[in-house]
Design a protein around this ligand. Sequence first.
Ligand SMILES: [Zn+2]
Ligand SMILES: [Zn+2]
Length: 196
Amino acid sequence: MTDDLDTLARTARLDVLVEGYARVPRVAGTVSVIRDAGRVVVVDPGMVADRELILQPLEDLGIAPGDVTDVVVSHHHLDHTVNIALFPQVPVHDVASVITGDHFERRAADGVQLTPSVRLLATPGHTPQDITTLVGTADDVVALTHLWWTAEGPADDPYTPDRDQLREQRERVLALATLVVPGHGPAFRPGPDTPR
Ligand SMILES: [Zn+2]
Ligand SMILES: [Zn+2]
C-alpha cells in the first residue's frame, strides 16, 4: 500500500526554493515547497547562507511564512532543520512524530498521506531516521530525499551506519520516482549511472 502509486494523486505543485550544495565549509540543504489541496508544505528548512534565500523565493511564489501549513524534515541533521522556526506554529513531521507547539503526537511516517499527492516514506539509510517525501505532480513522481546528496551520490554515503539498508531504500525509491530532489544538489532524473 505504501508504495502503491495508483493511490497517489498527481495534483501537487513542487518548487525548489534552495538548491543545496556541500562544499565544506560552505553547505546548504535543499529546501522545497509543495502546494496541494490547500496545504503548503515546506520540506527541510535547513542551512542556508542567509534566511532571505528561503523567504524571498517563497515570496516570489506568493507565499508568506504564515501561509505555510506543515513542515517536513527528512532527518535530524542541522543542515536540514536549523530554520524550522522561520514558520509560525505548524505541525512539524519527522519519521516518528508530529509536533505542533507543545503538542507531541507519536506516529510512524511510513505511508502517511499528508495530502492526496504527498506521501511520506520511511527510508532509513543516510541515518536510521530518514524519510522521503513522495510528490505526485502532473509530470512526475518526485522523491525529495537524502538517500542521495547529489546525482553523483556519493555512492557510499560516509554517514550511513548500514550500506545495505541504504541500497535497499535507494532501489525502493527508484522504483517509484521519475525525478529525485537530493539533499545537496540539483534535481536529477535517475538513470543507469545513478548510484544504487
Ligand atoms: Zn544528514
Ligand atoms: Zn544533509
